[in-house]
Ligand binder design. Structure first.
Ligand SMILES: Cc1cc2nc3c(=O)[nH]c(=O)nc-3n(C[C@H](O)[C@H](O)[C@H](O)COP(=O)(O)O)c2cc1C
Length: 151
C-alpha cells in the first residue's frame, strides 16, 4: 500500500472532513492533515498526496492553497477532492495551475455535493442536507482505491 497523506480544509459543515475520514477509516496507510491548523509538514515521505476542500466563493480554500505552496515537494503524485453545492468546471483551476507549476502528476479528481447553508440558502434550511451520504462516502473510498490500483 502507498503511504498517503490527505491535506484537507473543511470549515462549513465538515462535509469534506466526512469524505476524507471515510477514506482514512478504510485505509490505514492514509494520514489526514488539517490545513486549518497545520502550517508546515514534511510531505517528502508520502508517495501520494490528496488535496481536499469545500468550495468557497468558487475556489478551494485559500489556506489549503497556502499549505500546498509551503509544503508540497516537486514531482509528487497527487489527487483532488472537493465538496460543493454545485459543480462548476473551474472550481479546481487555481489548485491545478499551482500543482502543474510544481510538476505534480494529477492522478484524479473527485467531487460530491455537500450540505450548504451559505447566503440565502440558510432561509430555506440549506441545500443538500443529507450530503455527503453513505453512498457518496463509499464512492469516495472507491475513487481513492482506483488511484492506488493504477500503481
Ligand atoms: C462562504 C461559502 C462560500 C461558498 N461558495 C460556494 C461556491 O462558490 N460554489 C458552490 O458550489 N458551493 C459553495 N459553497 C458551499 C460549500 O462548498 C459546500 O457546502 C461544501 O460542502 C462545504 O464543505 P465543508 O463543509 O467541508 O467546509 C460555499 C459555502 C460557503 C460557506
Amino acid at each position: 500500500m502507498k503511504k498517503t497523506a490527505i491535506v484537507y480544509f473543511s470549515e462549513h459543515h465538515g462535509n469534506t472532513k466526512k469524505v476524507v475520514e471515510a477514506i482514512a477509516a478504510a485505509h490505514e496507510e492514509v494520514t489526514l492533515i488539517d490545513a486549518a491548523t497545520k502550517i508546515e509538514v514534511d510531505l517528502s515521505g508520502y508517495e501520494l498526496i490528496g488535496f481536499a476542500s469545500g468550495i468557497y466563493g468558487g475556489q478551494f480554500a485559500k489556506k489549503l492553497l497556502t499549505f500546498a505552496q509551503i509544503n508540497l515537494p516537486d514531482r509528487k503524485n497527487v489527487f483532488i477532492i472537493y465538496t460543493s453545492a454545485m459543480d462548476r468546471k473551474g472550481y479546481s483551476d487555481d489548485l491545478k495551475t499551482f500543482l502543474e507549476k510544481r510538476n505534480a502528476v494529477i492522478r484524479g479528481s473527485w467531487h460530491t455535493k455537500g450540505f450548504c447553508t451559505f447566503g440565502p440558502l440558510k432561509i430555506f434550511g440549506g441545500a443538500f442536507k443529507s450530503r455527503p451520504d453513505d453512498n457518496d462516502l463509499s464512492e469516495a473510498v472507491k475513487f481513492y482505491e482506483s488511484i492506488c490500483e493504477e500503481g
